[in-house]
Design a protein around this ligand. Structure first.
Ligand code: BTN
Length: 245
């Protein structure tokens, strides 16, 4: 049996067979630092920009981590990149396919998304006081579960052609997130993420902003650098969508 080897993440653990959304639960309750809220099934799984997250019972991992610590507001971009980075590091050795990071925080295999991150923060003045890191990873999901988004959504099982042990992956993910958070200040996420950045060197469009150009990489604080006709622009908002053109 696999035991969780962490110091604080997941020591307080709340399990729901079914809930609306683990992020909503974590936000509306005062839970201690390191609390993990996991649900087998979410009836209102939330994605970024008001989208929903398909959360089929027992097929994926749907959970939220509460980090009740103080970080300078300047670290926000880097913090929200830490979670996809850590999940990629945690599971890459189990896979044949290469994982790519779509900026700011989606994980892709073969040009389809299998994991999403909804990072919600509480900010006071220039400080982040609490982070609710909502993580959805499609693991043993079948193509039919994704309905009309099956051309863009995938699971580890679909891409790798085998079933995974969710518990093993879950423990690995929590352990890797804790390790990455512990070395957050010395972690060079820019370099790490650039190595596996989706569409690097290709032409992209940033929706809403009307920016088009070649994706050249990340700057020190985690912003996306795009070479446009007007020169290099850096985009910081974590709430924008990037498309390949
Ligand atoms: C996205 O890609 O738009 C973000 C998806 C985040 C989904 C996870 S599943 C667990 C947690 N609870 C939620 O309601 N959403 C996040």
């Amino acid at each position: 049996k696999r035991a969780l080897k962490t110091g604080y993440i997941g020591k307080n653990y709340i399990f729901f067979d079914q809930i609306d959304s683990t992020n909503m639960y974590a936000k509306s309750n005062d839970l201690p630092d390191g609390t993990v809220v996991l649900a087998e099934n979410q009836t209102k799984g939330k994605g970024r920009k008001g989208r929903r997250w398909i959360s089929s019972k027992g097929k994926g991992l749907y959970f939220s981590i509460v980090i009740k610590r103080n970080y300078p507001l300047n670290d926000l971009m880097k913090l929200s990149l830490l979670f996809p980075y850590a999940v990629k590091e945690a599971i890459k050795d189990y896979l044949e396919n290469q994982i790519k990071i779509k900026w700011p925080n989606d994980l892709y295999i073969n040009n389809r998304k299998f994991a999403g991150f909804l990072i919600e923060t509480e900010i006071e003045g220039n400080e982040i006081n609490r982070i609710i890191a909502g993580i959805g990873i499609n693991i043993n999901n079948e193509p039919e579960e994704f309905g009309d988004i099956k051309d863009t959504a995938t699971s580890l099982k679909i891409e790798e052609g085998k079933t995974f042990c969710r518990k093993e992956l879950f423990c690995r993910v929590l352990e890797t997130i804790e390790k990455s958070l512990d070395k957050f200040s010395s972690l060079d996420l820019t370099d790490e993420i650039e190595k596996d950045l989706l569409w690097k060197g290709e032409n992209i469009r940033i929706l809403d902003e009307g920016i088009e150009g070649r994706l050249i990489g990340l700057d020190r604080s985690g912003g996306l650098k795009v070479l446009t006709e007007k020169g290099v622009l850096t985009v910081y908002s974590g709430d924008i969508s990037v498309r390949k053109i």
